[in-house]
Design a protein around this ligand. Structure first.
Ligand SMILES: Cc1cc2nc3c(=O)[nH]c(=O)nc-3n(C[C@H](O)[C@H](O)[C@H](O)COP(=O)(O)O)c2cc1C
Length: 340
């Protein structure tokens, strides 16, 4: 990008927001996923002016589940589905964190981590400390991915190791991890949780009480994408020759995702949590966020920050300037009319 274009992009995306001691250029976050996993992507996210971004999930120990991507975009349904993809190693993620801190100016960078070894909570704390040491602005604990052990649980299979969305079945376990990571690290802490167990409200209250600064609602759901009834045994993915339960995201998800955010914000309000904890409880709302009108709707449901993944897979990163310019114009018009 030329310096001139970059300056325009910077100004267009300027909508300052402060949370947990971090000054964000705007409240828009590129969610952990396939669009935050290389040095080139990190540069582009920063140049496009995103307020924050979460690095692609890394596991300790590795490798855990990491396969060639099996993605499909269903244009008519505005639905993205996937069953497998390549994760990055902890060392790769640490190198990305280091690169991001040294080479970017605008975006705030978060890790996205899962500990799945035999050291229990200490393993989580150790991972979070390593990312803090690499200069990350904040840590995000991944308690949300439905494509790890949860897809087996969802079809009644026994799992001996719970990761991702499976973690959310037990509020106390999540809270214990959050409490110890909070004690062991200083950088802001986000917990990204799954709606799959129907306990988003209680779970987010427990996370905030245990010391989380942010709770992010992942939005996505497990489901079965459309089946070709003339050829039902051929699944939607070239690498997978059968229909299968998939992780679903994108615009079709928005009504559910709005409800998820409302479940969290109303639980925070009902428990008078911010008065009790004497601090703000920040919510990041994910799920089908494509346009600035979606951002406003998510904000009306209680989200302080807006998380986006699928739309960045479809449109890249620079489109944020267009969405925020339109949103700021709308806000200014409302302000002028006296109903801002
Ligand atoms: C292909 C793909 C990979 C993802 N990987 C991660 C991940 O590694 N860690 C994570 O916390 N969320 C991950 N997500 C979830 C997204 O960050 C986001 O929460 C979710 O997709 C809903 O938002 P969206 O509709 O804007 O995609 C992934 C989503 C997709 C589509």
């Amino acid at each position: 990008m030329s310096t001139e274009v970059q300056q325009d992009q910077f100004a267009a995306t300027h909508l300052p927001f402060e949370a947990a001691g971090l000054k964000f250029h705007n409240p828009c976050v590129v969610g952990s996923g396939p669009t935050v996993k290389t040095v080139g992507m990190i540069r582009q996210i920063d140049e496009a002016g995103w307020g924050a971004a979460c690095l692609k999930l890394s596991f300790d120990p590795e490798p855990y589940i990491s396969r060639e991507p099996r993605y499909k975009w269903w244009k008519k349904e505005k639905l993205h589905s996937f069953t497998a993809e390549k994760r990055i190693t902890v060392d790769e993620a640490l190198r990305l964190a280091d690169f991001a801190r040294k080479n970017t100016k605008t975006t705030k960078w978060f890790s996205n981590i899962t500990y799945c070894g035999d050291k229990g909570i200490d393993g989580w704390v150790n991972m979070a400390k390593r990312f803090e040491g690499a200069g990350i602005h904040g840590n995000e604990l991944n308690m949300c991915c439905p494509n790890m052990s949860f897809n087996k649980q969802a079809t009644d299979h026994y799992v001996n190791q719970r990761t991702g969305a499976s973690m959310c079945e037990c509020t106390d376990t999540v809270a214990d991890i959050v409490r110890e990571v909070r004690k062991g690290t200083k950088v802001p802490l986000c917990v990204k949780i799954s709606p799959e167990w129907g306990n988003l409200g209680a779970l987010s209250v427990a996370c905030f009480e245990a010391g989380a600064d942010f709770v992010a609602s992942v939005g996505n759901r497990l489901g079965v994408p459309p089946i070709d009834i003339e050829n039902p045994e051929q699944g939607p993915y070239d690498l997978q020759k059968e229909p299968s339960i998939s992780c679903l995201s994108g615009p079709w998800l928005k009504p559910l995702a709005l409800k998820d955010t409302y479940a969290i914000s109303s639980a925070v309000a009902a428990n008078k949590l911010e008065e009790k904890l004497k601090r703000r409880c920040y919510i990041v709302g994910y799920g089908g966020m494509a346009t600035w009108q979606d951002y406003v709707q998510m904000n009306l449901m209680g989200a302080d920050m807006i998380g986006v993944c699928t739309e960045t897979m479809l449109r890249g990163y620079a489109y944020l300037a267009q969405e925020l310019t339109r949103m700021k114009k709308w806000m200014a018009e409302k302000e002028e009319k006296g109903n801002g």
